[in-house]
Design a protein around this ligand. Structure first.
Ligand code: TMP
Length: 217
């Protein structure tokens, strides 16, 4: 059976990494083969690109430079990790994927979704998520969570340091993706208790996997 690609998306502090990890643990407990990755990152090359992208000591980065770096990390992740794992039938959980470039660079940096969409298609080699969890929180709530974290406001990375307007455009960009692709992108209220959310998300994915294996029989 072919693999299954689940992506987690949302603004800063939406709780997606926690949810991605809880989902991985739950699926593994039920005997599924799970591969976890993230963007930017996931591969050695991608993690090095991540260091450049998030370096808060770097000055202004041209939005297209930023976009191409995210795309470069993605191309590597797709070819080195995601596609081979999917080919072997694994469930791949990716903490951010192509939708993040649409929301952050397309809407946040105002490069425009159609240009980013075209470049995403090239960088992903046409690979699309089977299901996307969009954790929605007001940007103020997300930033507050980030400041309250161990690192605190002074430690915010290059993107987290952007002003609230930027993050609001990112949130709107994500929500319009959910409207555009309702069959793939599902919005969850990220302010809910983590354990409750995790149960709902894993239940949703388990049902999708069951339906799929029913169909393939
Ligand atoms: P993280 O918060 O999930 O670790 O992601 C790192 C940062 O990179 C986060 O601020 C979102 C940003 N990002 C983009 O701007 N475009 C992208 O395509 C991706 C994958 C992430």
């Amino acid at each position: 059976m072919p693999g299954f690609l689940v992506t987690f998306e949302g603004v800063e502090g939406c709780g997606k990494t926690t949810q991605a990890e809880l989902l991985r643990d739950e699926l593994k407990k039920h005997g599924h083969r799970v591969v976890m990755t993230r963007e930017p990152g996931g591969t050695e090359i991608g993690e090095r690109i991540r260091q450049i992208l998030l370096d808060r000591d770097l000055g202004a980065m041209e939005p297209l430079t930023e976009l191409f770096l995210y795309l470069a990390a993605r191309a590597q992740n797709v070819q080195e990790l995601i596609r081979p794992a999917l080919r072997e039938g694994a469930i791949v959980i990716c903490d951010r994927f192509a939708d993040a470039s649409l929301a952050y660079q397309g809407s946040g940096r105002e490069i425009g979704p159609s240009r980013v969409e075209e470049l995403n298609r090239i960088a992903t080699f046409g690979t699309q998520p089977d299901y996307t969890v969009l954790l929605d929180v007001p940007v103020e709530v997300g930033m507050e969570r980030k400041s309250a974290g161990a690192a605190g406001a002074a430690e915010r990375d290059r993107i987290e340091r952007e002003e609230l307007d930027f993050h609001s455009r990112v949130r709107e960009g994500y929500l319009s993706l959910a409207q555009e692709f309702p069959e793939r992108v599902e919005v969850f209220d990220g302010t809910r208790a983590a354990a409750e959310l995790a149960t709902e998300i894993s239940g949703r994915i388990t049902r999708m996997l069951e339906e799929r294996s029913g169909k393939s029989r």
